[in-house]
Write a protein that binds this ligand. Structure first.
Ligand SMILES: N[C@@H](CCC(=O)NCCCC(=O)O)C(=O)O
Length: 251
């Protein structure tokens, strides 16, 4: 069977005097090495992406992390300076990709910005600058040039008993990294909380009644997929679900 294909929505970024549609290498590497799939990078177009045509051609969706935040207009709020930076092209691509994948039963793994998009796509809301909220730790990306340090494993999350993730990650405490300023505020009705941090921050969700694997995590399993057990297990479970979807299409 040819390798299944997984859509990864790009970010729209400006650097080196030009504008680019980009996905960080760590997500591509984890898709290839951890999930065993072929990445298909979807341009971050504010209009012009035919989401149905894209979903007709893929066997999974991987919504990656990004420095930008989902624009609050997508969850019924006015934008403030604290909510930026924004990426309208990413929002316009990723949110409908997530909804369409869930409608079709295409497996979905949503990481960091991705879990936030999943929550918003299904009607939830986000909190910003969460480290400034009472009792919430600092989950932000450490301001260091060394990515291995920035993505270092540094916080506990507790995987709930009976969750979809428990068979994949085990129940109870696992150690993960943390690089985010926003988090789920109001959980979308169709989402079940799968894991939380010690300060109560929602760290993983699954879609209730999903037709296929449909999980979001606030941490970054892609970065240590080669060496960290839970990271590798999560990407293998996603890849297995994608292969299952591909095989079901072939019947
Ligand atoms: N922007 C959101 C999501 C954070 C996220 O995806 N972080 C990945 C690393 C991004 C970077 O390189 O800065 C939030 O801040 O909550």
């Amino acid at each position: 069977m040819p390798k299944p294909v997984v859509a990864i929505p790009c970010d729209f970024r400006e650097f080196d005097g030009n504008v680019w549609h980009v996905v960080a290498h760590q997500y591509v590497r984890a898709a290839v090495e951890g999930a065993g799939v072929m990445p298909f990078l979807v341009p971050a177009l504010e209009s012009g992406n035919d989401i149905d045509e894209i979903l007709d051609r893929v066997d999974g969706v991987l919504a990656s992390g990004a420095r930008s935040n989902v624009h609050p207009s997508h969850y019924g709020r006015e934008a403030t300076d604290a909510d930026g930076p924004f990426d309208a092209g990413r929002d316009a691509t990723s949110l409908p990709l997530i909804r369409g994948a869930l409608d079709r039963g295409i497996p979905l793994l949503a990481i960091c910005r991705g879990i936030q998009e999943l929550n918003v796509a299904l009607g939830g809301t986000l909190a910003t600058e969460i480290q400034d909220l009472p009792g919430i730790s600092d989950h932000r990306k450490p301001d260091v040039p060394d990515l291995d340090i920035a993505y270092g494993i540094r916080q506990d999350v507790v995987v709930k008993e009976g969750s979809c993730l428990a068979p994949v990650l085990g129940t109870g405490r696992i150690r993960v990294n943390s690089l985010h300023r926003q988090a789920i505020a109001a959980t979308a009705p169709r989402l079940a909380v799968e894991a939380v941090a010690d300060d109560g921050t929602i760290e993983a969700v699954s879609v209730i009644g999903a037709k296929a694997f449909a999980v979001g995590v606030q941490w970054h399993p892609e970065y240590w997929v080669r060496t960290d057990g839970p990271s590798a297990a999560l990407f293998k479970a996603f890849g297995d679900a994608v292969r299952g979807y591909r095989e079901s299409k072939a019947k």
